[in-house]
Design a protein around this ligand. Structure first.
Ligand code: HEM
Ligand SMILES: Cc1cc2nc3c(=O)[nH]c(=O)nc-3n(C[C@H](O)[C@H](O)[C@H](O)COP(=O)(O)O)c2cc1C
Length: 493
């Protein structure tokens, strides 16, 4: 049986909600209350084609995994398919899409990019407004985000001289897996928002350069697609776990990635409540306004400034959605995790090494060591969670000063604000085994952007090690750095 657009359009409410995705019709009525992103998001498309928005956010296997076969109703008919295609063609491009095209054409060639900040500057220009808001956003006034980077500037080197440095080698191991430099890609969700090939770009780039990718629980490709993008089955992949509140579902996710050949599980613990990311919230409204305008425009044949103004007024009295793109990601997560319960549970469901991502103080680092996990990632989620959480490099310094014994019990990593080889080397001197890169600064260039990022960092790390009088990462020790606070005394009084 095939459907005309009119057949689908009749099912346009929460009582009966059908949507079209890639020319197939789905009855999502019963699924509405279960949708992790909330029913409202789907209802905006009730009775209509939802392909573009759906594909941007979801892994392709989601329909098979979450919607019973009986709700896969069948295909639209050929007239409907042609009409949708024609509508897409005639829709024209949005201002933002046109701007992105111009910026893509004008971006500098990759060989002109000298450092990660320049790479980020290009990404900021070419990404869609929504993607940029999602990637760039951080908590409240974004103080922790800014300080994460700035904190590195409080650590200075005490270089050693007259030491042989030929053959300097920046490679290391992370949880026993080889890494060409002491850097990995930290988990970041929804990579497709920034590039159509999504997480697979990172997988390929990481494979080519011999670094490790930590895949987000909220990846926009399926975990299987990402695993299949590896250059070889031996290419290591870590998995970041947002633990579902239902242990059985969480266990299924862990077992799935274990079966797919992922090599470690990193449980994220710093996001049991969503940080206040205002850029992201605002961009969600903008997108909704745009969709609303389009619908109104279609109904009434126009969308005049006056009408837009009226819609704006309507919005002001409505209750507003404070979730943004990130909000839906955490709706089903376990907010009652504990050291006593959750770590033994994770141990009981996997044989893989376990890391805890999002440790933000010395006390919790000690508890992690006592809980017997294999690694901790000192992280404040790139400043996206609790505003004024201490920058990870400072937490690392405190851990080194107060509890150096912890470094012997597990591997310690940091992420947040890392942009230079010197940042990486400072963290290693203080005892970190590796550092993570969260925000995908390489998105403007896809997989080759990842390769370039690693090349830049490798060059900077080797240069720093040589000038420090060091040949191997094991020789990077606390005596090579000093924490210096140049804040004038008057401002402290
Ligand atoms: C029709 C329009 C839809 C919109 C605008 C929408 C939007 C969203 C958003 C914003 C998220 C959060 C991002 C994420 O976790 O990846 C989400 C999550 C999710 N959606 Fe949808 N959705 C739609 C339809 C559907 C449908 C039809 C299904 C499946 C039958 C579905 C299944 C899911 C699942 C399983 C998640 C959680 C993904 C995860 O935990 O990684 N969605 N959706
Ligand atoms: C766009 C974006 C998405 C993220 N998604 C996740 C995620 O899904 N899971 C997670 O544990 N951390 C996530 N993080 C946090 C990163 O893993 C990492 O801790 C942080 O970005 C490091 O800071 P940096 O961006 O300054 O490098 C995300 C960060 C960003 C910027």
């Amino acid at each position: 049986m095939s459907y005309a657009l009119q057949d689908v359009a009749e099912h346009n409410s929460s009582k009966s909600c059908w949507i079209i995705i890639r020319n197939k019709v789905y009855d999502v009525t019963d699924f509405l209350p279960k949708h992790p992103g909330g029913s409202g998001l789907i209802l905006q498309f009730a009775g209509h084609d939802a392909t573009d928005t759906f594909d941007l956010i979801h892994a392709p296997d989601i329909l098979e995994s979450y919607l019973p076969k009986s709700k896969h109703l069948g295909a639209i008919d050929s007239i409907a398919a042609s009409a949708l295609q024609a509508a897409k063609r005639s829709r024209g491009k949005t201002e933002d899409e046109l701007r992105m095209e111009r910026e893509q054409a004008a971006k500098p060639p990759l060989n002109r990019i000298l450092n990660l900040q320049e790479m980020e500057n290009v990404a900021r220009r070419v990404l869609s407004r929504r993607a940029l808001a999602f990637y760039a956003s951080a908590g409240d006034d974004e103080i922790s985000y800014q300080e994460n980077g700035r904190a590195f500037s409080r650590f200075f080197f005490l270089p050693r001289v007259l030491r042989p440095v030929s053959g300097t080698d920046p490679s290391t191991t992370i949880l026993g897996f080889k890494s060409s430099i002491p850097v990995f890609v930290s988990a970041a969700s929804l990579a497709k928002l920034g590039h159509p090939l999504g997480e697979a770009n990172i997988t390929r780039g990481a494979g080519h350069t011999g670094i490790i990718q930590m895949v987000s629980s909220s990846a926009s490709l399926s975990y299987a697609q990402i695993a299949a993008s590896r250059l070889s089955p031996n290419q290591p992949l870590f998995f970041q776990l947002y633990k579902n509140k239902d242990d059985a579902q969480a266990e299924r996710r862990v077992r799935e990635v274990e079966r797919l050949g992922y090599n470690a599980i990193f449980l994220t613990v710093d996001a049991v409540y969503l940080g206040n990311r205002e850029r992201d919230i605002r961009s969600g409204w903008e997108l909704n306004d745009l969709q609303q305008m389009r619908k109104e425009g279609v109904k009434k044949g126009n969308s005049t400034p006056k009408e837009l103004l009226r819609m704006q007024e309507d919005l002001e009295v409505e209750e507003v959605d404070l979730n943004g793109t990130s909000g839906a990601l955490l709706l089903n997560d376990d907010v009652n995790m504990t050291w006593e319960k959750t770590i033994p549970w994770l141990r009981s469901v996997t044989k893989l090494p376990i890391g805890v991502k999002g440790i933000q103080c010395v006390e919790d680092a000690v508890l992690a060591a006592e809980a017997g996990v294999d690694a901790i990632l000192l992280s404040n989620h790139g400043g996206r969670q609790l505003e004024y959480a201490l920058p990870p490099i400072e937490v690392l310094h405190k851990l080194r000063m107060e509890r150096p014994d912890v470094f012997a019990k597990l591997e310690v990593y940091i992420d947040g604000g890392v942009k230079r080889g010197t940042d990486v080397v400072k963290a290693l001197c203080l005892g970190a085994k590796a550092v993570g890169l969260g925000r995908h600064r390489f998105q403007a260039y896809g997989a080759v952007g990842v390769v370039k990022t690693v090349q830049i960092l490798e060059r900077e790390i080797v240069s720093c090690m040589r000038q420090l009088g060091v040949r191997k990462v094991e020789e990077l020790v606390p005596q090579l750095v000093e924490r210096v606070d140049f804040e004038p005394i008057s401002s402290k009084l």
